[in-house]
Design a protein around this ligand. Structure first.
Ligand code: NDP
Length: 330
């Protein structure tokens, strides 16, 4: 008798998208050399786009959503991982071109997987998820660009969101003075507990951008884009840098070149989806070392997979604080 398991499936007929559960078998999964028994996935902004169909992220249908997964290896033809080993996958096409993490099993390529760090539980790995691993990539990029705590404060936009929360916690632990920008004034205490020194209102960064403004920050992690990123660039100190990873406020960039050519400011593009495996391993090594796990716990909301569609709408509306961990078997 073939074992069947629950998978969330996004299907499309014409322009109409529907999302529901199906019972499938391993042979219904896409090709790959490794079968993983999935324990947890996550909810990222991009998952919200897929679940609601708000943007064409999934490129083939039917699609199992979920851009992240953690679980144990059931079988691995390449021999890279032993059966029972805990592995993580972020991106690499999950929920875009390859079936994702919102199912009890996944079949993927072993070259996409990172071993779960020893001091991290599967739930913590998904509390980090793509958002947290991207925050780490942003911090590493700022470090590579020479942004150090002695150069001045750093700004994090979209601070109460997933990328933002992890970025605040990481930067604070690394000794930076962190200024958190949020549209949710009620999250001031949460952000200060994560390590923010002060709060800037989202509105202060969303007006018409000036070419250059007062030099307030040595660096920034921006998950918002659009006018916010343009305003951030205008406030970066001479020789500073901004790691840009998101578009929660829009995909455009109505900015001036003035900060680049008159202050030597760098705009660092961050992509997590196709980041090379060596960079991912480095990011997880750093997360295991530099992320305060108690602070991570304060970011978590546990969401059963059965409620994920509703949560997809919430994250796009900016109503999810920190990180949502998805129990795929609940
Ligand atoms: P979240 O929804 O958790 O966080 C986004 C935050 O941005 C919100 O919590 C809110 O923060 C702020 N925000 C939301 N809407 C607006 C708006 N209209 N104007 C200004 N600020 C807004 O999402 P994630 O943290 O998962 O992702 C953040 C962004 O980064 C997304 O655009 C996502 O697509 C992108 N991303 C990119 C990756 C990459 O590889 N480049 C990887 C991961 C994410 P607050 O309430 O504090 O203001």
């Amino acid at each position: 008798m073939v074992e069947r398991f629950r998978a969330m499936m996004v299907t499309k007929e014409g322009d109409a998208q529907s999302v529901g559960f199906q019972e499938i078998a391993v042979d219904d999964l896409m090709s790959g050399d490794t079968v993983v028994n999935v324990e947890f996935s996550t909810l990222n902004y991009k998952d919200g786009l897929v679940l609601t169909g708000a943007a064409p992220v999934a490129r083939t249908f039917p699609m199992i959503p979920g851009i992240d997964l953690v679980g144990t290896v059931e079988s691995c033809e390449s021999g890279e991982f032993a059966p029972g080993a805990h592995v993580i996958q972020n991106g690499f096409g999950l929920s875009e071109t390859h079936f994702g993490g919102y199912a009890a099993k996944a079949r993927v390529k072993s070259e996409w997987l990172v071993a779960l760090p020893e001091n991290m539980t599967p739930r913590q790995a998904m509390a980090i998820g793509t958002a947290g691993y991207t925050a780490m990539l942003c911090v590493m990029a700022l470090e590579d660009a020479g942004v150090t705590p002695d150069k001045g404060p750093v700004l994090v936009t979209g601070a109460a969101g997933g990328v933002g929360s992890v970025a605040v916690a990481l930067l604070a632990k690394l000794g930076f003075e962190v200024v958190a920008s949020t549209g949710r004034a009620e999250e001031e205490a949460y952000l200060k507990d994560l390590g923010a020194s002060s709060i800037v209102a989202r509105d202060d960064l969303s007006g018409k951008p000036r070419a250059m403004a007062k030099e307030n920050y040595a660096g920034a992690v921006d998950s918002v884009g659009s006018t916010t990123l343009a305003n951030v660039l205008s406030q970066i100190k001479y020789g500073g840098a901004v790691a840009a990873c998101g578009l929660a406020g829009g995909m455009d960039l109505p900015a001036s070149v003035a900060p680049f050519i008159l202050r030597g400011v760098s705009l660092l593009g961050i992509d997590s989806v196709q980041a090379p495996i060596e960079r991912r391993r480095e990011a997880y090594k750093r997360l295991a070392q530099d992320l305060d796990l108690e602070k991570l716990e304060s970011m978590i909301t546990d969401v059963p997979l059965s409620e994920i569609v509703e949560w997809g709408g919430k994250i796009l509306a900016g109503q999810v604080r920190g990180r949502a961990v998805v129990d795929v078997n609940a």
